[in-house]
Design a protein. Structure first.
Length: 166
């Protein structure tokens, strides 16, 4: 048997195999991949808008079985399209205002330095107000105080939370 003929037969078989795996659809919105075929089922993961997914059959079903990123589950066919979806990039950046220390509206009565003993038994400076970042500061709290915490857990917890980590 000729090698080129054998390659031709293998290529022909592979072309038939790739077409028989299913239909490609595109996700029109961020889509929940669910454990069962209903809207109340557990969400396994979210398939991003514009992602191509392969379904076994092109039917008028409400739900179809798909595999995505190692997950297998069901998606609603309402959010699938035959045509690729163009999606404009919208950065997922939280725009929240960080409010810092305002001396006219502060509950801090003095700039005196206080200390506490942390869970490791170390004496640590309590969050304190400074004009600029002091040596040893690990975080800037939302109320404008600088924290010297040695553990991230609970840092700035009574000072509005952490605004910036150092």
């Amino acid at each position: 048997m000729n090698k080129s003929f054998l390659y031709y037969v293998i290529a022909l078989l592979l072309s038939f195999c790739t077409n028989s795996f299913g239909f490609t659809k595109y996700v029109t919105n961020n889509l929940n991949l669910r454990y069962e075929a209903n809207a109340h089922s557990y969400v396994l993961t979210v398939i991003p808008k514009g992602t191509a997914v392969t379904i076994d059959e092109d039917c008028n079903c409400s739900w179809v079985f798909v595999e995505y990123n190692g997950y297998v589950g069901y998606v609603s066919t309402k959010y699938l399209s035959k045509n690729p979806v163009s999606h404009k990039y919208k950065p997922n950046i939280s725009r929240r205002k960080i409010t810092f220390y305002n001396p006219t509206n502060s509950r801090v009565r003095s700039n005196r330095v206080r200390y506490y003993t942390n869970k490791y038994g170390n004496r640590v400076q309590s969050p304190t107000i400074y004009n600029s970042k002091p040596a040893g500061a690990t975080a800037l709290c939302r109320d404008g105080t600088y924290s010297f915490s040695q553990n991230r857990r609970g840092t700035c917890s009574h000072h509005g939370g952490v605004a910036i980590w150092y």
